[in-house]
Structure formats: C-alpha cells, structure tokens
Design a protein around this ligand. Structure first.
Ligand SMILES: Cc1cc2nc3c(=O)[nH]c(=O)nc-3n(C[C@H](O)[C@H](O)[C@H](O)COP(=O)(O)OP(=O)(O)OC[C@H]3O[C@@H](n4cnc5c(N)ncnc54)[C@H](O)[C@@H]3O)c2cc1C
Length: 382
C-alpha cells in the first residue's frame, strides 16, 4: 500500500542520506565493525551534510525543523543499507538525546551545547542502565550528593550506546537516594571530568561498530549548571521522552523487516532446488506472503504514530505497541529470511546473517517487549 507520510522535502532528504551512507559509511562499515567503533569524524561529516540536529533552532546552528519524518528517513536508510552498527549513533543523537537538550536545557545550556550537537563536534549518550538495574529504573543506585555548587557523583552505568565516543552523557542519578522515582535527576557529565572513566567497549552479538560501554563515576564533581531539567523530576523527564525513542526503534524495526524480506526475495528467486526456484515452494510463498502483509500493516501503524508524534499526541501506550510489535516482526523476518537462505544464511558474508545479529537487540533496548506489554496492560486496567 502506498505510503502517504512523506513530502518532497523528505524525498530529497532521503537522497542526501543515501548518498551519505553510500559514500561515507558503506565503504568503511566492515572496518568499523571490526574496530567496534566509528570514528568521531563520522559525526562531523554527518553534521556538515545536515544529518544531525535539524530540530535544533537556527540560532544554535540547526535547521529549526522539528519534524520527526526526517528522523524516520535517516533511521530507515541506515537499516535498509545494512549498516545499523555504524549509523545508530547518529540516530541516537537525533532521536533520543537531542530532545532532552531541546526541551529541558536552560538558555545558557542551549548556547553551550546545541551548536556542537548539531555540527557533530559534540557526541551525546544517555546513561540510565546500571549493572544491577535495567527495566526497574527507579531502583538505580548511582548517587549525586549536592555540595555547594557541585553534585558529587558516584556509581556505574552499563550498556551505554556511544559510551566511548560520547562527550556529553545525560546521566540518570539519585539526588535523593531515600526516594525511588521522585529522587532521580539528570546530570550532563562531560568528557574529561575527573573521576569519570570509561570501562570496556562491550563485545556484542551484532551492531559491532556501535560502541556500547561501561561507565564509572568516582567522586565526579559536576557543576550544578549541568543539571538538566528539574532536580527530582528525572523520571517524568524520561517517561515524557521515551515514546519518541521507542518510535525511532519501531521505525527501524519495520525497515529491518522490509530489508530482510527484500534480500530473501532476491535469494529465493535465484536459487533453485529440485528443479525449481526455492521461492516456488508453497512454504516459501506463504512465509514471504505473511511477512509482506505484516510489514505493510506495521508500516501504516508506525506512519500514523509518526503523524501523532508530530502533532504532539503520541501516547506512551501507542509507542509501546509500535515498539514491541515492529521489533518482534523484525525478529520473525530476519529469522525466516535466514532460514530461506539455507546454509548461506548462516555465513556472515551474507547480509541476512548480519541483519539477524543486528536485529536481536531491538526487542531489548529502549525497554523490552515484556516491559512494553506491561505499559499496555496497565492501560487496560490490569
Ligand atoms: C546494545 C545495547 C544498547 C543499549 N543502550 C543503552 C543506552 O544507551 N542507555 C541505557 O541507559 N541503556 C541502554 N541499554 C540497556 C537496555 O535498555 C536494557 O538492557 C533493557 O532496558 C533491559 O534491562 P536489563 O538488561 O537490565 O534486563 P532486566 O531488567 O534484568 O530484564 C531481564 C528480563 O526480565 C524481563 N523483565 C524485567 N522486568 C519485568 C517485568 N516487570 N515483567 C516481565 N518481565 C520483566 C525483561 O523483559 C527481560 O526479558 C542498552 C542495551 C543493549 C543491549
């Protein structure tokens, strides 16, 4: 079914993204996957092409265009090109981190940080998860004790996307450890602050080029000027912005499912067995027909979520539905696609094998499928 979400400006932007991915990412993706990280220059190159911070007001060096359809185009193209590991950090900067700075930063903080975020000179990350706490965020234990004009931060975070490359880490801390949700605040912890150390760049199943790191904080003295939003309000700040993060993951999920379908279609029409193309077997036809149907239907739900986000009325429940459904669909698509590739599907030189590995995490990060169903279940009064 024809999509009606995009207009001419988005189509033009898609061409820019495609050219950028083909020229700046695809030729070096394998090298970066082996290195476990992308070079910082990828961010400044993306910034120069207008692929970062289009939502940043023009006075701070951005495009002044807070239209999530541009975010969706970038997310779709990165996944369609099979370079999720190299491109995800750019999407994280636009989809997940930037809204905190746009919505919560003071004028002084905006002037300090937004120009660098838009140009790619400042790389951002968000650190909520700790070694002992993921889904149950309010149980986090990283503390920030106020001492005059600084917060003294102690604790550790893990699984932090862009954790090695990041210059600005939006860090969830407990400013009042006696409280759960109401004791949490957000501090921007900056590269080079004494006591802020990066641990391992974690070795993952997929998305190898995306650095995912452990971070530790030992008596880090963070100026009160780096408090983002209101003290004690971090949980609400996070909850308000999670729908956009989850929608971004859903967008990539549908794009990943569509890409798996396309590469599998190509394989089953060229490979033969028992004197006929693999695709001619009823099992192959039914499998791919099912996926084609699900991708189409999921796409239209996600497109409506994007419209709702732009209109300011995407609910947490609708975003949770999009996130779990689309990422589970992506999981089914890469699994079925790999199966139809036979032994070739297990070889990492085949895109379907890499897509399979890259996709597994989408059902986990940004809130697991189970947590999404909890959000939806609570809305049903259960
Ligand atoms: C590659 C990668 C990148 C990531 N990037 C970031 C990042 O940038 N910043 C960040 O802060 N975090 C990040 N994360 C962390 C991610 O958000 C968490 O891993 C995720 O929220 C799950 O938390 P957990 O790993 O502690 O699992 P747990 O919370 O321990 O959950 C384990 C299992 O128990 C289930 N479970 C937990 N609670 C319930 C419940 N109430 N009902 C039913 N089932 C439940 C979960 O669904 C899951 O299946 C990243 C993770 C990965 C793998």
């Amino acid at each position: 079914m024809r999509r009606t979400l995009y207009e001419a400006d988005h189509d033009a932007f898609r061409e820019t993204v495609r050219r950028f991915v083909a020229k700046e990412i695809a030729p070096r993706h394998v090298e970066w996957e082996a290195a476990g990280i992308v070079p910082r220059e990828l961010y400044t190159a993306a910034g120069a092409q207008g692929l970062l911070g289009w939502a940043v007001p023009e006075e701070f060096g951005g495009g002044g265009q807070p239209d999530f359809r541009f975010n969706a185009v970038l997310g779709e193209e990165v996944v369609a090109a099979g370079v999720a590991g190299s491109g995800n950090g750019l999407c994280l900067q636009n989809d997940v981190c930037l809204p905190y700075f746009l919505d919560l930063a003071t004028p002084e903080q905006k002037a300090r940080w937004l120009p660098g975020i838009a140009s790619g000179e400042l790389i951002t990350a968000i650190a909520m998860t700790e070694p002992g706490v993921g889904s149950d965020l309010a149980s986090m234990t990283t503390t920030a004790r106020r001492e005059g004009n600084v917060y003294v931060v102690n604790g550790a975070k893990t699984f932090i996307t862009s954790g090695i490359n990041a210059d600005l880490v939006i860090t969830a801390v407990k400013t009042d450890p006696t409280q759960r949700h109401k004791g949490m605040s957000l501090l921007v912890i900056e590269r080079g602050m004494p006591g802020f150390e990066r641990g391992r760049n974690l070795d993952k199943l997929g998305q190898h080029a995306q650095d995912t790191a452990e971070l530790s904080f030992t008596d880090v003295r963070v100026p009160v000027e780096n408090l983002l939003g209101a003290e004690g309000r971090a949980f609400a700040h996070l909850v308000d912005r999670l729908p956009q993060e989850r929608l971004g993951i859903a967008v990539a999920g549908v794009a990943g499912a569509a890409a798996a379908l396309a590469m599998t279609l190509e394989h089953v029409t060229s490979r033969t067995a028992f004197g006929q193309p693999i695709g001619a077997f009823q099992n192959s036809r039914f499998t791919l027909a099912t996926l084609a149907t699900e991708v189409d239907i999921a796409q239209h739900y996600v497109d409506d979520c994007i419209r709702a986000l732009n209109a300011g009325d995407l609910t947490a429940v609708d975003a949770a539905k999009a996130k779990w459904w689309c990422t589970e669909l992506q999981g089914r698509a890469v699994d079925a696609g790999l199966q139809l590739h036979g032994g070739y599907g297990y070889m990492t030189e085949y895109p379907i094998a890499r897509a399979y590995a890259d996709a597994r995490v989408t059902r986990i990060y940004g809130g697991t499928t189970e947590i999404m169903k909890e959000v939806i279940g609570r809305d049903l009064g259960l």
